[in-house]
Design a protein around this ligand. Structure first.
Ligand SMILES: O=CC(=O)O
Length: 341
C-alpha cells in the first residue's frame, strides 16, 4: 500500500474512533490522587471517562466547573470523600456509583436532596469480608499472630511458656449489623459450632437468630462481638465504653466495618488494662494511623483495611460498576441502590 494511502486510512480510522466516541456517555471519576485502581481502562471501553486528577487537567474544582457541567454519572473510587460542595459543582448529576460497600464518605443526604441515586458494591465484597472477619476472630481467640511471632522470635526453641488460646466452637457471637456481610459471618460461624445473636436497626423476620434491640444487651449475652454495620450518625461509636464493659474481661471485639463504629480511645484503655480479652481490627478511625500502643499487645490482631480486597472481589465490583452505569444510560433498573436512612 502506498504511504499516502496508508496514512489516509489511519486518519480515517482515527476520525472514526473519535466520532464513535462522540456518542459515548460521559462518566466522571472521583478519586484520591494517590488512589489509582485499574477500573479506568474497563470504563474507557464503554464511556468517555473524565478524571480531574489526570496530569494534563487543570486543578480538580476548576476542571469540574469547566468540563463536568453536563456529567450525569460519577464513579467514586474507594474512600474518596464526596462532599455536598463537590456535588453542588455538578448540576447535571443523577447517579453516584461507589466502588465500596460502605458509603459513609459520600454525602448521601445531599444526594437524596438532589434526587441523585447512589449505588454501592452490593454483594461483591460480602464473602471476602466475612471470611476475613472469621479469620480475625480465629486469629485472636487462637492467638495465631502471637504464635507466628513466638516461632519467628525463637521463643519456641527456648521452650518459653506458650499461653493457650480459646476454643471457637461454643462461643456466643453477637453480630452488630446483620446485612449482607453479617449474614455471611453468621453462616460461617454456625459451621464452627458458635451460637449467633444479632443487633440491627430492625428485627429481621426471616432470620432464626435471637435479636437484641440494643448493642449493650447483645454484648452482655456474647463472648465475641463482630461489628459489620454501616457507619452513620446513629452508629458512630456504637461500641462504647458501656458496651465494652458488658462484653467483659474475656470478651473479644472484631471490627470489619469502620473505625469510627468503635470508641477507639476507650478500646485501647480496655485492652491495655486487660478489661477486654482481645480485638481483631481491620479498620481504624484515622487510617492509616494506628495507635502504636496496640503494637505491643499480643491479644490484638491488626490489619490494614483489606478485608474486602481479593482479585476476585475487585473483578466483581468492577463488573458491577460497569453494569450499573450501562443500566443507567439505557434506562434499565440499577443493581445495587443504597437505601440508607
Ligand atoms: O471498606 C470497604 C468498603 O466499604 O467497601
Amino acid at each position: 500500500m502506498a504511504v499516502q494511502e496508508s496514512s489516509d486510512l489511519e486518519s480515517f480510522a482515527q476520525n472514526q474512533v473519535q466520532s464513535d466516541q462522540d456518542h459515548l456517555p460521559l462518566v466522571l471519576v472521583h478519586r484520591l490522587p494517590s488512589f489509582d485502581i485499574p477500573l479506568t481502562p474497563l470504563l474507557q471501553s464503554h464511556f468517555i471517562v473524565l478524571d480531574p486528577h489526570h496530569s494534563s487537567h487543570s486543578p480538580p474544582n476548576s476542571f469540574l466547573y469547566s468540563q463536568a457541567q453536563s456529567v450525569r454519572a460519577l464513579v467514586v473510587y474507594g474512600p474518596c470523600p464526596l462532599t455536598a460542595d463537590t456535588i453542588r459543582l455538578l448540576p447535571s448529576l443523577e447517579l453516584v456509583v461507589a466502588t465500596s460497600a460502605g458509603v459513609d464518605h459520600i454525602d448521601v443526604s445531599e444526594c437524596r436532596l438532589r434526587g441523585i441515586t447512589v449505588t454501592n458494591a452490593g454483594d461483591a465484597f460480602s464473602e471476602d469480608v466475612a471470611d476475613y472477619a472469621v479469620a480475625l476472630l480465629v486469629g485472636v481467640l487462637r492467638r495465631l499472630t502471637a504464635a507466628d511471632r513466638y516461632v519467628r522470635s525463637g521463643l519456641w526453641r527456648l521452650n518459653v511458656e506458650y499461653p493457650l488460646g480459646s476454643k471457637i466452637g461454643g462461643k456466643r457471637v453477637g453480630i452488630v449489623g446483620l446485612g449482607r456481610i453479617g449474614s455471611e459471618v453468621a453462616k460461617r460461624l454456625m459451621a464452627f459450632g458458635c451460637s449467633i445473636a444479632y443487633n440491627s436497626r430492625k428485627k429481621k423476620p426471616s432470620v432464626p437468630y435471637p435479636y437484641f434491640a440494643n448493642v449493650y444487651d447483645l454484648a452482655t449475652n456474647s463472648d465475641v462481638l463482630v461489628v459489620c454495620c454501616a457507619l452513620t450518625s446513629a452508629t458512630h461509636h456504637i461500641i462504647s465504653r458501656e458496651v465494652m464493659k458488658a462484653l467483659g474481661k474475656e470478651g473479644v471485639l472484631i471490627n470489619v466495618g469502620r473505625g469510627a463504629l468503635v470508641d477507639e480511645k476507650e478500646l485501647f484503655q480496655f485492652l491495655t488494662r486487660g478489661e477486654i480479652g482481645g480485638a481483631g481490627l481491620d479498620v481504624f478511625e484515622n487510617e492509616p494511623d494506628v495507635p502504636r500502643e496496640l503494637f505491643t499487645l499480643d491479644n490484638v490482631v491488626l490489619s490494614p483495611h483489606k478485608a474486602v480486597l481479593t482479585p476476585e472481589s475487585l473483578e466483581s465490583v468492577f463488573q458491577l460498576v460497569l453494569a450499573n452505569l450501562k443500566a443507567f444510560f439505557s434506562n434499565k433498573p440499577l443493581m445495587s441502590v443504597v437505601h440508607q436512612e
